[in-house]
Write a protein that binds this ligand. Structure first.
Ligand code: SF4
Ligand code: SF4
Ligand code: SF4
Length: 269
């Protein structure tokens, strides 16, 4: 459907990871008004409907994902069904009904339990400020192959985690600086840099609002299956200790999560 210039500009101001959803909603609004193109007034009426009848749009949870699956070249992991599997878990929990019982007054978007997946450490979908943030990660290790000292890995690493010392046979890897983008592994022509671990970093309890806080990262890297187990574990905790629809981060402050590493195995770094 065609978009007028002003409507397009308004859409560009929407955060990119929810832009497709908003685009679809506004186009539906334009069609319902018999229009053949989207104009600024359709954006306005869609926004108005959303504000006056927010509760009908609330599902009790939100699973967001960055643009990785659309072909972003920075993508570290190619697990296209993780978001869908998470959706299935949340649908079974019926969080909307749960929140209706807990929250005094109408439900708002900020009451929803939010999960965000970023397929690389660039973290475009802002996993640090949601209840559960999931970040794709691929860590390098120095393998036995002789390094040609081409310096490509040093150039490609934006974190200065790799350095070539004069007279050394291999680059030095500063693990505390490495964010696990995996790019050095892909450019190494000799195979000196190999993948040691790949999976997801998991952050819990992030939020914005009056008292914003970044999610606290759990130790280790998790497989997709382990992430699903963890999410179920977190949801049990959320449902058991939620008093009035508060965000997961507030619950964790009051009642910290004790992760059972046997139930949720973790690949320690
Ligand atoms: S988080 Fe990484 S993979 Fe996802 S869109 Fe951003 S740069 Fe691409
Ligand atoms: S994985 Fe990324 S951050 Fe880590 S050393 Fe390689 S290029 Fe640097
Ligand atoms: S890219 Fe590979 S071969 Fe080149 S300096 Fe780095 S480790 Fe050595």
């Amino acid at each position: 459907m065609e978009w007028g210039k002003e409507a397009k500009q308004a859409l560009l101001r929407v955060p990119f990871f929810v832009r497709n959803r908003v685009r679809k909603r506004v186009e539906e609004e334009a069609i319902s008004q018999g229009a053949t193109s989207v104009e600024l007034r359709h954006v306005g009426s869609c926004r108005q409907k959303f504000l006056t009848d927010m509760e009908s749009d609330i599902e009790g949870y939100q699973v967001e994902q960055c643009f990785g699956p659309s072909g972003c070249s920075n993508r570290v992991l190619k697990n296209d069904d993780l978001a869908a599997r998470l959706e299935t878990i949340f649908m079974r929990r019926n969080l909307k009904e749960f929140l209706r019982e807990k929250v005094a007054g109408p439900l708002r978007m900020h009451h929803q339990f939010r999960v965000s997946i970023s397929d690389c450490p660039n973290a475009c979908s802002r996993p640090q400020i949601v209840d559960i943030g999931i970040i794709g990660c691929r860590q390098p290790m120095i393998d036995g192959e002789i390094c040609s000292e081409c310096g490509t890995c040093v150039e490609v690493c934006k974190e200065q985690a790799l350095a070539l010392e004069p007279g050394g046979n291999f680059p030095n890897l500063a693990r505390d600086k490495c964010v696990g983008c995996g790019q050095c592994i892909d450019v190494c022509p000799t195979g000196t840099l190999q993948e040691s671990l790949s999976g997801y970093r998991v952050l819990l309890g992030g939020k914005l609002g009056r008292h914003p806080q970044l999610g606290a990262e759990l130790p280790g890297i998790y497989s997709a299956q382990q992430v699903l187990t963890l999410v179920n574990y977190c949801l049990d905790h959320y449902l058991n200790y939620n008093l009035s629809g508060e965000r997961f981060g507030e619950i964790l402050r009051r009642k910290p999560l004790t992760i059972d590493m046997k139930g949720v195995p973790c690949n320690k770094q």
